[in-house]
Design a protein. Structure first.
Length: 256
């Protein structure tokens, strides 16, 4: 099956029943929907993973949604008890724009890495315009205890890609891979090992070609998948099997 390894299903436009059905019809067998806070989006995520057998969840505080003050690890632990919540994320750093508190983002990121380590869950990493600090914080956390995870929506950064491979992380390619101006990302993707790759939509954002200008949805992960198959000169059955195995290896390790 093809898997959408990262989306925001509660934010997609239209009937969720129809969105999931369209994905199923295109061969998308699993969808990982991500809540970027532990309040309203978390509740929406719980409803979706309970309603749809093919939909799984992840949750965490995006750098833009970190609460003041930060909660403790103990307060966050109960949010991960549901058997279909597979990861802590998306978490990380975002320095895009002028209005951000770098030190506060660092504290929130480090706290959630610690949470993932204590729960033995993978992390879903968001990094935007913050490559060096993202690497420093992850590597500092890994000195205490191993981490496993994925760089979500892989940016056009050789540095981040190389570090992720070094750590044993996975790299998830979004619809950006299909964009006309994404030559650098495509060149990076060509050199990445198949056994470290995932594909995603980040729905409702970043719709791939040929859906540019329209809201994204999980069914469109197939277009990114097909683009990757062409870039890697790989038959689709081999790629499908490999990416499914990658997803299952990362996200379905038994919880502690």
């Amino acid at each position: 099956m093809i898997i959408d390894s990262h989306c925001h299903l509660d934010s997609c436009q239209g009937s969720t029943d129809e969105i999931v059905q369209r994905a199923t019809e295109r061969g998308v067998g699993k969808i990982l929907t991500v809540a970027t806070d532990l309040s309203a989006e978390y509740q929406a995520m719980l409803s979706l993973i309970d309603q749809y057998p093919s939909v799984y969840g992840a949750c965490g505080f995006h750098p833009d949604t970190l609460p003041h003050p930060l909660p403790s690890v103990e307060l966050m632990r109960p949010y991960y008890q549901h058997k279909k919540i597979l990861a802590v994320g998306e978490i990380g750093l975002d320095y895009h724009g002028a209005d951000f508190d770098k030190d506060f983002q660092h504290k929130g990121f480090a706290l959630q890495l610690q949470l993932a380590q204590e729960l033995d869950l993978p992390v879903i990493i968001h990094t935007r315009d913050a490559a060096e600090d993202t690497v420093k914080i992850i590597e500092h956390a890994m000195k205490a205890k191993p981490l496993r995870g994925v760089i979500h929506c892989l940016p056009s950064s050789v540095y981040i890609a190389q570090k992720a491979i070094e750590w044993g992380f996975y790299l998830s390619l979004s619809g950006v891979l299909t964009f006309k101006n994404a030559d650098k990302l495509r060149e990076i993707a060509k050199g990445l090992p198949l056994d470290r790759l995932l594909v995603e939509t980040d729905s409702p954002y970043l719709a791939p070609v040929p859906h540019r200008g329209h809201p994204n949805e999980p069914a469109f992960v197939v277009d990114t998948f097909q683009c990757l198959a062409e870039l890697k000169n790989c038959d689709t059955q081999t790629l499908e099997t490999t990416l499914e195995r990658n997803f299952n290896t990362l996200f379905f390790k038994e919880k502690t």
